[in-house]
Design a binder for this molecule. Structure first.
Ligand code: ZN
Length: 1023
């Protein structure tokens, strides 16, 4: 039987056993959604019918955490380690290696576990759906998997015991610095005695108390079909998807899960949700139980203290938190008004208080109950009470005085802009919608409840117009009348790691007591043998793959046109135009070269680019400027851009053709902005003012930015350790990489630490000089927008170029590697083709990196190396470094432009071993011939990278920037053609030559804890 699913008159009808429960109109997304439940198994399906060929599905389960043993997280990993139909070691990695996907992931939240995947190719989409369905409902969950992914005792050569495991190590990495720990402790504090008070990923101190039996029970209870929502998005018809489920899944589900009863409604699921919602609601009564009650009997404040590791901290995290109830756009708007940008009233007060250096203000909206948090990072001990009082008093003052119209306008502008921009921050836009759906479904609410943000905001705007006191009322309701406030203080602790290490040792000791070492050794040998076993292509053949002959050889690439407008000096100014579907918005770049300056100034470029739009212009204070900007634009910021031209003949030809315009292979400083096209003329007018009337006088503001910069850099040091390591070992390769190190690497870290408040005046003078010199060197303009927007904007550009004083681009000055070396910090430790650089800090986790040479861009050899690196990522590196070595990630890639082959590990428990292991991996592949079928699969998966969808903004940026560095997007079809002709013997040759290269150049880096014993050039770290 067939009927029109999207006709609400058909609600209640049945298709293949699925009953249509509702049809939701989603005018904000110009579409509809359909909601089904399977009448026997209880499986629910929610499909957003979008005209998008990038289809996405996600299996979701309600898995509210009951403790910090990390059950849901270990389960998330383990179901992906083999299932009935796909009895492979890791179907997930096999899928990733063979299917063209634009998203493939598994995510554990405190209240749910979600398995999403997306593809633009239908065959691969259904393959992934089948593998994922089998994984979640029919996993093998062998004991060996539990030991590998969860935790186990390991015995080293000396007979020393330790606890290992993928999740165990991953979570240890989570406890490595102050900020993430302090952040999650705050959330735990806000939701006591319920799922959100636990570490949903698992606390390494509690993970070892989980038993295999508990683990199996967890699957039985939570991974049942009647606790599953299958979310779908895209243009594959619902009927086709339901047919697929019916044929491949339903009868097996009915059998395994003994589904006999007919499920009429959602009631059967409520036992799972109800207690969790009750626990959340109990928080409302928390006031009565709190201590330190105020004068009103129904009002309390409670202060909660906690600690986090001192690594990365420059002071305490101190916040006041107000429970705010259920989610709605009102709270989102109120937080934007009060602390949406730097010039918002509460942000200004906090910033100027001098009590801390970075605000921590937002509306926390991950669960059914939400809260506002207001506070600061890096508050000096002893200033906590002052900050609490300041927040209280400021809210009262803002309430009394009312909020300025400009703050309201900028909040409205910001939200209007954000609701129109379709971004791909971490995968397809459909993931953002998925999260909105899950937040409701998980608590038994209608899936569409959060799918009307634009309409909801229009309603709010009407209220705002009608009621002068609307915002005052909101402030009163959520803050002044709030009956429960939680004051939270998190202090950096010097002994945090020590205490945790002590508990870990105790765990090991108690395990040791009744341990049969012989038996353990036997078990471990078995596990290690299983891990080391390579799967043959006969074994992985259970997952169907797409053949090269089935691929669409015509590759789409974004285009960028080079036009010219007349500048302030009546010369021709390059104008780059990218026509993309931007939905009524536009993105713009104005760039000036900084490469005519003396190199000694280069190290200042990153800080300069982050302050240029933040110090004010036209003699107005920065906060007035920021306010004005936020009322007109979506955003505006400084930017830095560098790159290099690959030595391929095609690139050199492009350079030659455009030589006269001077825009290729330059280093840029500039400003970018984004705005609604309806505000184009005001935007351009303001941008011209910013550019020509930039101020460098506000030392007070600059000093605040400096403190913030320093604490940010400190906080980032450990989390960004991998990037830092990679930049260091590459910096002696060529001038471009040397500059990268100076601008973004360890050298920049030193530079940042040296900025001193007492020299601010002098520093700002230097910045003014750099900025003016860059402008004098001429400029270029770039715009990304849709056709309609361009019709409106392009006629305004010439006037803008003149008003902004943009002049003819002067030629750059060529620099050599030697020119840069004096500006690389501790450069002596980076020289030598076989050097090892060591960075030691207090950290529970580490990173390793290594490089050697590879082939040039656009050669057949480079195409083969690309395939090899993908193969290594999915096999050798994954097996040896992740599965066996216990690191959270291992990765290699080629940078053909710089002729660098880069290998690295992430959250690595033993980086000192990994640094050498990389070479062994290359040796191994150099000595083993590849299976042609495996290589074909890898080529197809590499091809996926070239058809990966990008947002309109990304398309504009990539086509523009690739032109600036001589490898325009029009070369993409040639790259893909070379890729598709790669054969197994080419990859063999690539492996041999890369391994040979390591004998000429093999630079490594180790980033580890202070206690690790390893040799190499140890860098002095100014932490
Ligand atoms: Zn994980």
């Amino acid at each position: 039987m067939f009927f029109d699913f999207s006709d609400s008159a058909n609600v209640g009808k049945e298709y293949n056993g699925f009953i249509l429960l509702s049809v939701d109109d989603l005018p904000d997304y110009k579409t509809k959604a359909v909601y089904f439940r399977h009448k026997i198994t209880g499986l629910e399906v929610y499909h957003i019918l979008a005209e998008d060929k990038e289809n996405l599905f996600a299996f979701a389960f309600r898995t509210f955490a009951k403790n910090s043993k990390g059950m849901a997280h270990i389960m998330e990993h383990s179901v992906l380690c083999g299932s009935e139909k796909y009895p492979l070691k890791e179907p997930f990695t096999t899928l990733n290696a063979t299917c063209i996907n634009t998203f493939l992931n598994a995510l554990t939240y405190p209240d749910k576990t979600v398995y999403p995947a997306a593809s633009t190719i239908r065959k691969d989409y259904f393959t992934m759906m089948d593998v994922y369905a089998d994984a979640v409902f029919f996993p093998l969950l062998e004991h060996a998997t539990f030991l590998q992914e969860g935790y186990r005792l390991e015995l080293d050569e000396k007979g020393k015991l330790s606890i290992q495991g993928v999740v165990y190590n991953e979570m240890k990495g989570n406890y490595s610095s102050f900020q993430p720990v302090a952040y999650s402790k705050q959330i735990n504090a806000m939701f006591p005695d319920c799922f959100a008070s636990y570490e949903s990923g698992g606390d390494p101190l509690e993970i070892p108390s989980l038993t295999y039996e508990e683990f199996l029970d967890f699957h039985k209870k939570f991974y049942a079909p009647d606790n599953c929502l299958l979310y779908l998005y895209g243009d594959i018809p619902t009927s086709e998807q339901l047919d697929f489920l019916n044929e491949n899944l339903i009868s097996r589900l009915e059998k395994k899960y003994n589904c006999t009863g007919v499920i009429e409604n959602a009631e059967s699921k409520l036992p799972l949700i109800k207690p969790e919602i009750k626990k959340l609601q109990k928080l409302k009564k928390r006031a009565c139980a709190g201590s330190g009650a105020g004068e009103r009997s129904d009002y309390t404040t409670e202060t909660i203290y906690d600690v986090a590791p001192e690594t990365g901290a420059s002071g305490n995290l101190v916040t006041v938190n107000y429970y705010s109830g259920k989610a709605d756009i009102e709270k989102y708007f109120l937080s934007d008004v009060l602390f949406g940008n730097d010039s918002s009233p509460l942000s200004v007060i906090l910033k100027e208080s001098g009590l801390g250096d970075e605000e921590q203000c937002y509306n926390f909206g991950q669960f059914q109950e939400e809260f506002f948090t207001i506070g600061l990072w890096n508050v000096k001990k002893g200033n906590e009470e002052k900050l609490f009082e300041l927040i209280q008093k400021s809210l009262q003052d803002i309430y009394k005085k009312g909020v300025a119209q400009v703050d309201i306008d900028s909040a409205v502008m910001g939200i209007d802009f954000n609701l129109r921009e379709e971004n791909r921050y971490w995968g397809p836009f459909s993931i953002t919608l998925m999260e909105k759906v899950m937040k409701c479904w998980n608590y038994g609410l209608p899936c569409s409840k959060r799918l009307s943000p634009i309409s909801d905001f229009e309603v709010l705007k009407t209220k705002l117009r009608k009621d002068k006191n609307y915002i005052k009322k909101l402030i009163k309701k959520y803050f002044l009348d709030s009956k429960q406030q939680i004051r939270f203080i998190c202090e950096p602790s010097k002994t945090f790691f020590k205490e945790r290490a002590k508990v870990e040792k105790e765990h090991i000791k108690s395990f040791e007591k009744n341990l049969d070492k012989e038996k353990l050794k036997k078990n471990l040998d078995e596990l290690h043998a299983y891990q080391a076993k390579l799967e043959t292509s006969e074994e992985t053949a259970c997952i169907p793959t797409t053949k090269i002959s089935e691929l669409d050889k015509k590759v789409d690439f974004p285009k960028c046109e080079l036009n010219f407008v007349e500048g302030a000096d009546n010369s021709k100014i390059p104008l780059f135009v990218c026509r993309e579907n931007t939905n009524g918005l536009f993105y713009m770049n104005v760039l000036y070269p900084f490469d005519r300056l003396d190199i000694k100034y280069y190290e200042h470029i990153p800080l300069l680019s982050s302050v240029i739009t933040n110090l004010g212009w036209g003699g107005k204070s920065w906060d007035v400027c920021t306010q004005q900007m936020a009322c007109i634009m979506g955003d505006m910021m400084g930017r830095t851009l560098t790159g290099m031209v690959p030595d391929a003949p095609e690139c050199l030809e492009f350079v030659e053709k455009n030589k006269e315009y001077n825009f290729i292979n330059r280093n840029w400083l500039g400003i970018c902005c984004k705005a609604l096209t309806s505000r184009a003329s005001e935007t351009l007018e303001m941008l011209a003012e910013v550019i020509t009337k930039m101020d460098f006088n506000d030392t007070k503001r600059f000093n605040r930015i400096l403190s913030q910069l320093k604490s940010e850099k400190k906080a980032e040091f450990v989390p960004s350790g991998r990037n830092c390591s990679i930049k260091r070992i590459r910096c002696m390769n060529n001038p471009y990489l040397a500059l990268q190190e100076i601008l973004w690497g360890f050298s920049q870290f030193e530079t940042s630490m040296e900025y001193s408040k007492k020299d601010s005046k002098k520093t700002l003078e230097i910045f003014r000089y750099i900025y003016e010199e860059c402008r004098r060197a001429g400029g270029i303009i770039q715009i990304t927008a849709d056709e309609e927007s361009l019709k409106k904007i392009l006629p305004l550009i010439e006037q803008f170029a003149k008003a902004a004083g943009i002049t003819k681009l002067q030629p750059g000055i060529k620099r050599s590697l030697e020119d840069y070396i004096p500006y690389i910090r501790q450069a002596d430790k980076a020289t030598g083709n076989f050097c090892t650089q060591v960075m030691k800090v207090s950290s529970q986790t580490g990173y390793a990196a290594a490089i050697t040479d590879c082939s040039s861009f656009l050669t057949n050899e480079s195409a083969a190396e690309n395939v090899l690196s993908t193969w290594l990522n999915n096999h050798t590196l994954w097996d040896k470094i992740r599965t066996i070595g216990g690191a959270y990630g291992a990765d290699c890639r080629i940078d053909a432009g710089s002729k660098n082959f880069i290998m690295s590990s992430y959250r690595d428990p033993s980086p000192e071993k990994t640094a050498e292991l990389f070479k062994e991996c290359l040796k191994e592949v150099a000595e083993t011939p590849f299976d042609p079928e495996e290589i074909e699969k890898t080529v197809v998966s590499c091809y996926g990278d070239y058809i990966y969808p990008q947002s309109a903004k990304e398309r504009g940026t990539s086509s523009f920037e690739s032109m600036l560095y001589g490898s325009p997007m029009s070369l993409k079809p040639a790259v893909v053609e070379k890729l598709l002709s790669v054969k197994a013997e080419d990859v063999n040759k690539a492996a041999v030559s890369l391994y040979e290269n390591t004998k000429k150049l093999y630079r490594t880096s180790i980033f580890c804890d202070k206690s690790v014993d390893c040799c190499g050039n140890i860098l002095k770290i100014p932490l």
